[in-house]
Design a protein around this ligand. Sequence first.
Ligand SMILES: [Cu+2]
Length: 472
Amino acid sequence: MFGKGVVLLSVWCAGVLAVKSTWEKPPAVIECEERAKDEPFYSENLTEQSCMRTFLVDLLETNKTNDNDNITFKQFEQMMFGKQLPPSGPRVRRDIRVLNETELHKLFDAFDVLYRNGTMASFGRLHGTNTHLKHHGASFLPWHRVFIAAFEEKLREVDPDVSLPYWDYSMDYYMPKPSMSIVWSKCFFGNGVGTVLKGPFQSIYGGFNTPVSRDIAASECHGLISKEDIDELMTFCNFADITIGKTLYKNASHNLEKLHDDVHDWVGGDMGYLGSAAYDPIFYMHHAFIDYIWEKFRSRQADECNVDIEKDYREPGDYSVDPNGQQGPNDTMHGFEYLKNIDGLWKNWTTAFYSYEDAPECPKCGNSKYLYCNKSINPNRPNGVCVPKTLDLCVNPKNWTYVRDALYNQTQNHGAKLLMGPARLQGYGRTRFNTEQEGLVLLKQEIAKGKFGDFQFFILNFVQGMSGLLTE
Ligand SMILES: [Cu+2]
């Protein structure tokens, strides 16, 4: 039943949960399944998915920020992070495939330290708590800029030589199968499907208190950001042109948050869900590239559009889809309460603290042994585009010796996964294996139970849209 070629239907393409049958079901799931038998509509498979999903979301909701996390984030206020040069000094961000072996090892070692000392979990929890304060609205770009810069500072506390690389997937985009990219090898992110068991991030736990998993390229409705997408963004001049306000994806084709959502969902697994995304280290490299694109946009704003980039924000009353989003310029920045959302627009972030090396370009492609220049792949780009090599060309990967906890459940091969987030095609994921009507009934039942927490508003929004479609 989880075959390919399923039809997707509504405003959302999200919320899919494939349950591995050999899982020992938690008692709460069994109890939920029993209850569902009394529902007027009943389907064993849908119920299993629904109950498992509810169970995982409930787990997720217990993963809110705690007192310890608050201490972690207070440190940034104490160092006046953003207001003065951070202790570890300025840094340069580059594409991860341009780093040499030593740089990669130092990066992965620093990640390992932050994983073991709980810093990664603190960041994961902050990102996953009160998601409406920094997603689907104006604060999305500035908040994530500060968030990943703070994480990078923690990496550099471990090793001052490290800076956060970005993952330029507009190169992977040009592969016939981006899921075959070198990044999904032991040399970089590790395996892209199922529990992450290979590479430097193997066997780490994520936001659902389960091992971090992925499900790359699982659906046709999510894609990587292409160079054409980026080019289109660069034809606009104002912050409001590329961000979300009261309306979700009014201009989807050139909305940077929307394009970013698609990458999350393309990676899938923990990355596909707001509450757990920042537990997969890929999150930081994905967001570094989003921030890179935004920075390119800001340069254009200043140079070609004559826009004051420290003041250009969205219009009052048009800040976020969630009316309680508190995403106005002068609202406090969640987790960094000494800052306001608009402080993420300070020029200093990229002039004094960090800067970006340009993404690899033909003919040299950053002299990376993992990239090559393909001159024929896109006739509109006669100079060629740099394309990643395939994952089998990860030769002699380091034998990672990080000590990680034993995994209590190995959810491999499309095991437990949650996808969440708006997408190009319409459809709330649960419906993709069933009829629209069936999915809608189940969804309404869950909504009636109030199980979606922070996401309730968006789900309601979606159902309204979907109901409209159904009556057409
Ligand atoms: Cu986010």
